[in-house]
Design a binder for this molecule. Structure first.
Ligand code: PNS
Length: 154
């Protein structure tokens, strides 16, 4: 299970998803959302953008809400895979340790590729909202959609 908000998916996320697909027989990219918190993109669009960016036979993309451990149990997923940048370690460790305590679910942390270590969805949204070019940091299918959304948040 590769969980995240993916709001929007970046080339850093995609690198982790593709590496997970090389390590495991099947990968589910789980797009987390909450009914009370609107994202930059609605969750259905985040799912669609990941599908458009990652065409691998052993990768599926699904939305989920609620506890990650419950979604993993429902899909019979044996492990969580997350990318970790240098500043993320405390947060990722805390979630990994809590998920293991909640249900025994293990987490595999993959160091992000150095070329994407500074990329985050938060920065992508900020740059796009100020008219900057985010195309070097996101999949082709995502770049125009981020710029359109930043111009017209709907
Ligand atoms: O890397 P992100 O985008 O911050 O990941 C967020 C996500 C969806 C993985 C995280 O918020 C999550 O796991 N949400 C589900 C709720 C949950 O299980 N909370 C307890 C985690 S210890």
């Amino acid at each position: 299970m590769c969980p995240g908000s993916f709001d929007p998916v970046t080339l850093g996320h995609l690198d982790v998803i593709i590496r997970a697909a090389g390590l495991f027989d099947e990968v589910i990219v789980a797009v987390g959302h909450s009914a009370t918190k609107a994202g930059f993109f609605p969750v259905e669009e985040r799912v669609e953008l990941i599908r458009a960016s990652c065409d691998r036979p052993n990768v599926q993309v699904e939305a989920f809400s609620g506890l990650l451990v419950d979604f993993c149990a429902a899909r019979d997923a044996g492990a969580v895979v997350k990318g970790v940048r240098s500043g993320d370690l405390d947060y990722e460790l805390q979630m990994a340790q809590m998920n293991r305590r909640l249900s025994g679910l293990e987490t595999v942390l993959l160091p992000t590729a150095p070329e994407w270590g500074f990329v985050s969805s938060t920065l992508i949204r900020q740059i796009a909202s100020m008219g900057g070019d985010v195309s070097p940091f996101v999949p082709d299918a995502v770049a125009d959609r981020v710029a359109d959304r930043a111009r017209d948040p709907g």
